[in-house]
Design a protein around this ligand. Structure first.
Ligand code: NA7
Length: 546
């Protein structure tokens, strides 16, 4: 491992792993610092029972190595955390990544040393490292949110957070388990915890729209079809708003997929009520997501919401429980879509109780469990499935200080300000992979990560090739970009006044309410990045080397 790195990469998830591989190929000395004990990032930490990806694995995989694509077998269409982590480990072994990675190393301060055109990073253990370039590959969902609840420290039972679930198996047999939160993590964990625990009490603050996940095992022939068409599939991903190809093995070939991608989705408003019911009866809850007008038209959205509610009512035995599980004050498309396996059916089990915190809020946590305004719920185990300080959390936690010692927290006091989610003015040579203002979590993360890392690597190459010292955005580029990010988010369900999501920072008390990811589509975004690079970075300030 080099003591004089050209680039320090923070984080060894999929972004940090590829950054190391790609930058190494440019003969740069790279060192990766990772807080966890090994590679994998979000898939290293999120080991809770039921953890899975909501993008098909043949798409949620690296596209930079045709050999890797051909040799890796995915056991299921949508992979479990264990298989994704196995894949990350395979990639680390195959490309010999660990020799330039330092694990169990949390970066606690990152300061710009102006007179040296370098960054100085300090670790929790007090180690100091310096490099001219820093790549923050710290992930969008990597700082767990653990709400402050009165009395939390008094609880005598075991406490877990889904985002920091232990490596060792947790024995829940016969235990009284409570879980707070019904987002993606809670919805995935609840059916598994109910199977394992003696009794499960679900503490729900907001009901969730969730649709059944595809749970098919991978067929060898399907995998082979992908392998045979991978180059075209990767090209299709580049042309798709969410970075996923529309390729369906056997049913069509890539050319058909292009045509299908260009064809607009149907509109719910164009169907009669009878036709809508037929669609629901035939295809179930997931069918609702295929109508384009539900994401932008309030009337279509409310029709879809009501169809959703009608269908769920038919799935739950106890009508009072069903009513509590139904979202009524926000619409489909406001939050990230949750996919489940047996979530609704779990509430028909004898050993599961739903507590609606909107009716009976938590008053405190006691030695024995959770006390709501209506009852004391005795628990042996308490699970927080309360999400993350998303998108900005990890960057702010790293205590980054730019020119003049200016803290990033100060620059971002009214919300994140970046150019393209890649860089910030006054923070030269510091790059963020899938930062706020880029498509990031609205895109297939692997596609977004590779595009960002490639752009950053080319940018560093440009600085070196031209004998320059630093690059950073012009303040006016940031202003124009952030205005555009906000503009394209308006009029979508994401920013409806009734919507409170982690995309908006609404899950963290005091966080500015700003829609953080770029909703204008991955291809449009990518073209913008490419124009900057091809034009010699007109939106950036380039300074001579000292
Ligand atoms: P989410 O989607 O932010 O869900 C967190 C859940 O925790 C959600 O139901 C919250 O209710 C609930 N929550 C948060 N704070 C509290 C308090 N103080 N009291 C009660 N309930 C609370 O996080 P996930 O980990 O499930 O998923 C994050 C992403 O990871 C997901 O979208 C995928 O992209 C992968 P709320 O809705 O805020 O009322």
């Amino acid at each position: 491992m080099s003591d004089q790195p050209d680039v320090l990469v923070v984080g060894a998830g999929f972004a940090g792993m590829y950054a190391l591989h790609r930058l190494r190929s440019q003969r740069l000395n790279v060192k990766v610092l990772e807080a966890g004990g090994d590679v994998g990032g979000t898939w290293y930490w999120n080991r809770y029972p039921g953890a899975r990806c909501d993008v098909p694995s043949l798409e949620y995989s690296y596209g930079f190595s045709p050999e890797l694509e051909q040799e890796w077998d995915w056991p299921e269409v949508f992979s479990a955390q264990t298989d994704i982590l196995r894949y990350a480990n395979h990639v680390a072994d195959r490309f010999d990544l660990r020799r330039d990675m330092q694990f169990n190393t949390r970066v606690v301060a990152i300061e710009y040393v102006e007179e040296a055109q370098r960054w100085r990073l300090t670790t929790e253990a007090g180690e100091c490292l310096q490099a001219p370039f820093v790549v923050m590959a710290t992930g969008c969902l990597s700082v767990p949110n653990k709400p402050r609840i009165d009395g939390a420290e008094r609880f005598q039972g075991a406490v877990y957070h889904t985002a920091t679930w232990p490596k060792e198996p947790v024995d829940l047999a016969g235990k009284r388990v409570g879980i707070i939160g019904t987002g993606s993590s809670g919805v995935q964990a609840i059916p598994e915890l109910a199977r394992q625990a003696g009794h499960l009490t679900v503490f729900q603050r907001s009901p969730v729209y969730t649709v059944p996940a595809n749970r098919k095992p991978m067929r060898a022939a399907v995998q082979q079809e992908f392998r045979d068409h991978y180059r075209e599939i990767r090209a299709l991903q580049q042309a798709n708003a969410g970075g996923v190809s529309a390729f369906r093995p056997f049913r069509n070939k890539p050319d058909d997929a292009v045509a299908r991608g260009a064809r607009a989705l149907p509109r719910l408003l164009d169907l009669t009520q009878e036709q809508r019911h037929e669609v629901m009866a035939q295809y179930g809850l997931g069918a609702l997501l295929g109508f384009r007008d539900i994401y932008s038209d309030a009337e279509a959205n409310e029709i879809a919401n009501e169809l959703y509610r009608e269908t769920v009512r038919g799935m739950i035995q106890d009508p009072a429980v069903a009513e509590r599980l139904l979202p009524k004050d926000y619409g489909l498309g406001c939050k990230r879509q949750v996919l489940d396996r047996d979530f609704h059916a779990t509430f028909n089990r004898d050993n599961v109780t739903l507590v609606d915190l909107a009716e009976t809020p938590i008053e405190s946590i006691t030695e024995r469990g959770i006390r709501t305004s209506a009852a004391q719920h005795d628990l042996d185990v308490l699970v927080y499935a309360t999400g993350f300080d998303a998108m900005t959390g990890a960057l702010l936690k790293a205590n980054i200080r730019g020119r003049g010692g200016r803290p990033l927290a100060d620059k971002w006091r009214y919300g994140p300000v970046t150019y393209l989610g890649l860089q910030m003015a006054d923070f030269p040579n510091l790059f963020t992979v899938t930062g706020p203002g880029s498509p990031s979590v609205l895109c297939n993360m692997l596609v977004a990560i590779e595009q960002h890392v490639n752009w950053i690597a080319d940018c560093i190459d440009h600085v070196h090739a031209n004998g320059l010292g630093t690059i950073e955005p012009r303040p006016e580029s940031e202003e124009t970009w952030i205005a555009h990010v906000n503009e394209v988010a308006q009029g979508t369900m994401y920013t409806a006044p009734s919507c409170n999501s982690w995309y908006l920072g609404a899950n963290i008390p005091g966080k500015p309410r700003i829609f953080m990811p770029y909703v204008g589509g991955y291809p449009r975004y990518r073209e913008h990045c490419e124009r900057e690079a091809a034009g010699g970075y007109p939106g950036f300030v380039l300074q001579q080397a000292l």
